[in-house]
Design a protein. Structure first.
Length: 327
């Protein structure tokens, strides 16, 4: 069947006859529900179709269709022009403001966005690696890395890795949380990651503490394996400041007056306190009644030791002790 052509080249050949004449019209009913047009194979399977709402569908290799449909609230006509060639591996389709489509690499910035990968702010989002699909297999790692300097470049720094929480306004704030999964009893029960370290908006860091009140708050033991700890005065402490206890026993007799008891290393467990230590009284026993005394630090005459006044004079055995701690 043909219209106008005298020698049709197919079963249906329509020649509009004039540039201003529509070549083919398929007009549905007022309440059309079936397709306006279908293109079928020899078995009657639909290869492509124009549906009653104007959308166009293309069949895949089995029973599914890919459909193109215009948005219901478009404000005007829109034309998309396809790229001239096929995409390279890993590229995706982007459009300019005129509807010209092109292939872009994943690292290319998208016009109007402030970063290369941007989500809309209507809900919380996440980036994650799915759980392993193979039975009884550990999960895979996710690595985030900043860019490196050009290979062979001279004295060039690598890119910084910046981890930022969200922008706040007014008295609002934002924080960064680090979560890990804690080991539990053996078995198959899930160990869901929980927050182990928090950085608040004011810069306070909490390890094992969700709301740190200081620059560093630790809910547990702090260990220094080398270097020690540095304090605001610039001093560094590399060893524990255990107190040194000095005890001297002996016999002394004499008249009322002043006496000095000087400690030796053996009185102090083998180590005499130096000038970084200050002494405090522990126990003092001297025969002779009431006394007054003072602790002598290293560097003082008779120190380290004890200087005392005996009211009635020492008469026999005594025990003289002092405790020295770091200043």
């Amino acid at each position: 069947m043909s219209y106008r052509p005298t020698s049709p080249g197919s079963r249906l050949h329509i020649d509009s006859g004039a540039a201003s004449t529509v070549g083919f019209i398929s007009r549905g009913a007022a309440s059309q529900t079936s397709n306006l047009a279908e293109f079928q194979n020899s078995s009657g399977a639909i290869l492509s179709r124009i549906q009653s709402d104007g959308s166009i569908s293309f069949k895949d290799g089995d029973t599914d269709y890919a459909t193109l449909r215009a948005h219901a609230s478009m404000s005007g006509n829109m034309t998309f022009t396809l790229p001239a060639g096929a995409a390279a591996a890993g590229q995706f389709l982007t459009s300019d403001t005129s509807g010209n489509l092109s292939w872009s690499a994943p690292t290319a910035s998208v016009t109007g966005l402030t970063s290369n990968v941007t989500y809309d702010g209507s809900a919380a989002r996440s980036i994650e690696v799915n759980r392993h699909a193979t039975s009884n297999t550990a999960g895979n790692s996710l690595t985030v890395s900043a860019g490196g300097a050009t290979s062979g470049a001279t004295d060039r720094s690598g890119g910084s890795l910046v981890l930022a929480s969200g922008t706040a306004t007014g008295t609002g704030t934002s924080a960064i949380e680090f979560q890990t999964a804690t080991a539990g009893a053996g078995g198959t029960a899930d160990r869901v990651p929980s927050t182990k370290m928090t950085i608040l908006g004011n810069g306070n860091v909490g390890v094992g503490i969700s709301v740190p009140a200081e620059r560093l708050s630790v809910g547990g033991t702090v260990e220094s394996t080398t270097g020690g700890f540095k304090f605001p005065d610039g001093s560094t402490q590399t060893t524990t400041a255990k107190p040194i206890v000095c005890t001297q026993t002996g016999t002394r007799n004499g008249a009322q007056g002043y006496y000095t008891f000087t400690f030796v290393a053996a009185d102090c467990g083998g180590t005499l306190p130096d000038t970084t230590y200050v002494g405090f009284a522990k126990t003092t026993f001297v025969c002779g009644g009431a006394i007054t005394f003072q602790i002598l630090d290293a560097g003082e005459a008779g120190g380290p030791g004890v200087y005392l006044y005996s009211e009635f004079g020492p008469c026999g055995s005594y025990t003289m002790s002092a405790v020295y701690t770091k200043r």
